[in-house]
Design a protein around this ligand. Sequence first.
Ligand SMILES: Nc1nc2c(ncn2[C@@H]2O[C@H](COP(=O)(O)OP(=O)(O)OP(=O)(O)O)[C@@H](O)[C@H]2O)c(=O)[nH]1
Ligand SMILES: [Mg+2]
Ligand SMILES: [Zn+2]
Length: 345
Amino acid sequence: MSKRKLNRRQQWRIEKIQAEKAARVKKKTQKADSELLGGELGPEQEGLIIAHFGQSLEVEAINKAPDEENYRCFARANIDALVTGDRVVWRAGKDQTGIIETRLTRDSLLQRPDNYGQLKPVAANIDRILVVVATEPKPFANLIDRYLVAAETLEIKPAILFNKSDLINEENRTFIESLRCTYENLGYEVLLTSAMDLAQCESELTDWLQNHTSVFVGQSGVGKSSLIRSILDDDTIRVGALSQNTRKGTHTTTTAKLFHLPGGGRLVDSPGIREFGLWHINENELLAGFIEFRPYIGYCKFRDCKHEQEPGCAIKAAFEAGEISESRMHSYQHILATLDDVETH
Ligand SMILES: Nc1nc2c(ncn2[C@@H]2O[C@H](COP(=O)(O)OP(=O)(O)OP(=O)(O)O)[C@@H](O)[C@H]2O)c(=O)[nH]1
Ligand SMILES: [Mg+2]
Ligand SMILES: [Zn+2]
């Protein structure tokens, strides 16, 4: 686990870089604005952010004609960070460009920390989180639990996809099965999938995705893009082989992108995470994010119980009685230890 406490100088540098970036964006927006105004801006209309590329955003018109292409838009400087899945009001300019005027209210926002521990939005208005793990790269219960805690904190329904099920063999079967049991026993939706042979899991998977906005998250290389590529039968979606040396993913997807399901519903592909990172939550949220802990919360002898060695700890008692699994207890303690590092931004 890397701990990234920024010293004051680093913090100052980051703030300076961000201020310069904001100034550049503002200048660029004003330029784009005046260029567009040189032509004529169309009427205000609603749109959906499909992807974010540097300073420009891909916007789909809400009532778009079947063959209408998306627009490359800049946001007005007074709008805070926009993200894939955001609903916006925008105006079209010339040559498939446009200006985003306002962001509409969000129902939800999934965020995660970047390499500096700063929170970055991943996707907005999602109502399902698909945590993708695979036989390789090797899954970490701890990472699955972080995503589950994030989903529980946002009150968004998660599912866990065990992808690359075609690669299950005598060596990895026991480990994968035990991981799968842990989450099934907790009542989570668990699906075995293979992007190479979707037919096996297709109906279950599409039932789950239909009419929802689902974000696919997980380590690089687990097959998030491959699954979406197979589901949509769209071979323009980029996928990347694992590194020969490390058998880890190579960070092929670099920006979150939204796709439409033909029968209704939306899928958001997201870039694989580089490391575990820190989720910006407090101790109480962490505790409640472990759903099987909930019945015991508030029953410890000491109000400020850390659930470590304290006498009369209800969580420890539940663990000793076998109501909480070792893997989950370990994850909880592990994540708790990293919360001390969290700085609020
Ligand atoms: N055998 C097998 N290989 C798969 C499966 N799904 C994906 N792969 C392979 O795994 C590699 C990584 O797939 P991607 O879809 O690029 O993974 P990703 O999760 O999108 O990775 P990032 O974009 O880097 O986060 C590719 O070589 C895929 O062909 C699967 O179900 N079975
Ligand atoms: Mg990808
Ligand atoms: Zn306790």
